[in-house]
Design a protein around this ligand. Structure first.
Ligand SMILES: [Zn+2]
Length: 235
């Protein structure tokens, strides 16, 4: 049996399986566990059941972040975070098309953003707006990977890489796909340096917006039918 025949057979077998997303009646796609729709969602947003976070969703947070950054312009951590994004832009180079590593693809996106006039402050604002949303509406994100993919996507969409394409005989702008490798690469860089800063600053932003971040404390036991299952107070 040739390799390609084996692969075709295994894809055909896989098609008989259903998509693993609860309630989805579609067949699985390729070798994967999900149907085409849920597979694509996972590629784009980091989770098969994830929903996108749009520019519009971030609008209220972006304004609060801009005010926060203005008021803390000389704060050491804020300056370092701005510097981090500015360095990402400054050290990125455009690459030729073809098969290149994910880090080079990411650099291409960032170098393009810089050529369009994007600066470190804009990227930091977008990153903090996503963090503020995550602090305010944690249920918006299915898991950590979903949040990180959204973070990376929003940062790259500050100035989306586009090229000319043709649609129905007319020239149009086509946004270049942001594959999971690029998103993973960027979120890895951000997490490595800024994980804690984004959480703390995101909490500060929503506190300023008047949205409380304080966890609900359990100071006394809940009433229960069984006296053995009492909730112990938090220390
Ligand atoms: Zn599905």
């Amino acid at each position: 049996m040739t390799q390609s025949y084996k692969m075709a057979l295994s894809i055909a077998r896989n098609r008989n399986r259903g998509c693993e997303v609860y309630g989805c009646l579609n067949h699985a796609h390729g070798f994967g566990a999900f149907c085409t729709k849920h597979h694509m969602r996972r590629q784009r947003f980091g989770h098969p059941e994830a929903r996108p976070v749009t520019r519009r969703d971030l609008r209220p947070y972006r304004a609060a972040v801009a005010a926060f950054l203005r008021d803390n312009e000389s704060h050491t951590a804020v300056a370092a975070a701005r510097e981090f994004f500015q360095t990402l832009l400054d050290t990125s180079r455009l690459t030729t098309t073809g098969h290149v590593k994910s880090s080079q693809k990411l650099a291409h996106h960032l170098a393009y953003a810089k050529s369009q006039g994007t600066d470190g402050t804009q990227l930091l604002t977008e990153a903090l707006a996503v963090s503020a949303l995550a602090e305010d509406q944690p249920r918006r994100f299915k898991d950590d990977q979903h949040r990180l993919f959204v973070l990376a996507r929003r940062i790259l969409q500050v100035s989306p890489l586009c090229r000319y394409g043709v649609c129905g005989g007319r020239p149009v702008y086509v946004y270049a796909a942001m594959g999971p490798t690029i998103l993973r690469e960027l979120s890895r860089l951000i997490q490595g340096r800024m994980a804690r800063f984004l959480i703390v600053a995101g909490q500060e932003v929503i506190k300023r917006m008047g949205l409380s971040t304080r966890p609900i404390e359990v100071t006394e036991p809940f009433s229960s039918n069984s006296p053995k299952q009492q909730v112990s107070p938090t220390p």
